[in-house]
Design a protein around this ligand. Sequence first.
Ligand SMILES: [Zn+2]
Length: 263
Amino acid sequence: MDLIDTHAHLDMAAYNRDRAAVITRAFTERITIITVGIDIDSSRATIALAKKYRHLYATVGIHPHYAAAADGDALVQLEKLTHAKEVVALGEIGLDYYRDLSPRNLQRDLFCKQIKIARKENLPLIIHNRNSDHDLLAILRDIGGPFRGVAHSFSGTIDFARHLFDLGFYIGISGPVTFPKNKALRAVVSESPLERLIVETDAPYLTPVPFRSQRNEPSYVRYVAKEIARVRGESVEEIAKQTTANARTLFNVSQLAEKDDKR
Ligand SMILES: [Zn+2]
């Protein structure tokens, strides 16, 4: 079963002891990985990983948590990093009004500036959004769609999802869909068009059942796909096929194929 884990953080210290084994395990299970940057240093690290491994791709971006520290120079560096051929998206970027680690006005400003870079460089967006639905939609509508992108580890309502679908977005489904109490997310999964869903782990976070208290890793993305299949009453093969096709469309299939041919 081919799957794409569209959101993992494999540069993080959680993998310092066994990073190569984690990556190899995913490849053995036919899982392609997109590893996601959260600041300039981690964006450099994701590119380095993608240069090293087949079926591993990188994204670059500055997470809203670090908005206060992101100056003009950081954005200049970020734009340069987008030119690496391993980079398939700008992210993760967005708003986080739950942890509020940077002032909200700076989060909004950084988000807008990174969307502009993504548009200039023709890259899809990977959006992080927590307790900030209203401002997120306001910014996106102000800039104007259609967009190419994903609202990653989606945790909102079906109404909010539909607004995002209208703007051109996919939603990324991760481990919380397997949590016993998360009926709300399962309802969103069953009411969304399959053509708008992609799967992810957000590893090392958000580990799905049955490994919930342990470290997450890309090979566990199959538990997310299985749960989506169960909830929708469809086969896991069909879920794998369509979510993989969606991810390939979003993150540019020709780029993925080219990379495979070269090695
Ligand atoms: Zn993430």
